[in-house]
Write a protein that binds this ligand. Sequence first.
Ligand SMILES: NC(=O)c1ccc[n+]([C@@H]2O[C@H](COP(=O)([O-])OP(=O)(O)OC[C@H]3O[C@@H](n4cnc5c(N)ncnc54)[C@H](O)[C@@H]3O)[C@@H](O)[C@H]2O)c1
Length: 250
Amino acid sequence: MSKISYDFKNRTAVITGGAQGFGFDIARRFLISGAKVVIWDNDSEMIEKALKNLDNPNLSSDVVDVSNYHDVEKSTNKIIKNSKIDILINNAGITGPTSALWEYDIKMWKRVVDINLMGTFNCCRAIVPNMIGNNYGRIVNVASVAGKDGNANASAYSVGKAGAIGLTKSLGKELADKNIAVNAVTPAGAKTRILDQMTKEHVQRMLSMVPRGRFLEVEEFTSLVCWLSSEENTFSTAAVFDISGGRSTY
Ligand SMILES: NC(=O)c1ccc[n+]([C@@H]2O[C@H](COP(=O)([O-])OP(=O)(O)OC[C@H]3O[C@@H](n4cnc5c(N)ncnc54)[C@H](O)[C@@H]3O)[C@@H](O)[C@H]2O)c1
């Protein structure tokens, strides 16, 4: 586990999909670094488990479906009534089924794009005005190497993540004259619950494309997100940070 500590004192972070996996580990590290953390997730049982496991007075939560703008706006207003939001980690995501595009269930295709892309839009749409008001913000959009390369049999996911990358580049430029950074990260496969949504063969194919020859560890991913979320990142914005173990070299 990394020993580098970041100063997140007096910072409030919203982490979507924070009840488990990447989001949970980011919450853990932010709390250790002094931040107040609010987890937004649509899985209330996993939220309860996360609150118990992290057991920290600086941690709170809300049951939010990021694809629903009304939910997102309501939860944003609850926080900014008495506080501010300094950091937003758009991390909630699903892969959806492994399926060829011409056989893909239409409702499911839309749902995957709704969560991965519209969820990112909704959270930025609701929270950015607060960041502009404070002239401070760090936004990290969790995309995927699938959004850069396009994974076969994962068209909805690849589109949703490619869209999140496009959104990052556009919003980063819109906010570049302020102390607000918007960046995307593109991880390769890591052993979290999301892998259960894909077939074993699909996961194996993804792994076979990674020159490092192994899965990404969640703590490795958290390290990158921490720097991008910190005050130390004063210049990088509208950029895509690769963490794919050598798979994507652009
Ligand atoms: N693990 C990987 O291999 C991998 C690789 C590349 C990118 N990613 C991305 O990383 C992010 C985190 O994934 P993870 O691996 O930790 O998966 P995970 O399944 O462990 O965690 C995802 C979390 O998002 C929540 N969530 C799903 N839909 C939601 C919604 N509509 N509203 C609110 N919360 C919702 C889930 O309840 C869950 O707690 C995702 O965006 C995923 O696409 C993961």
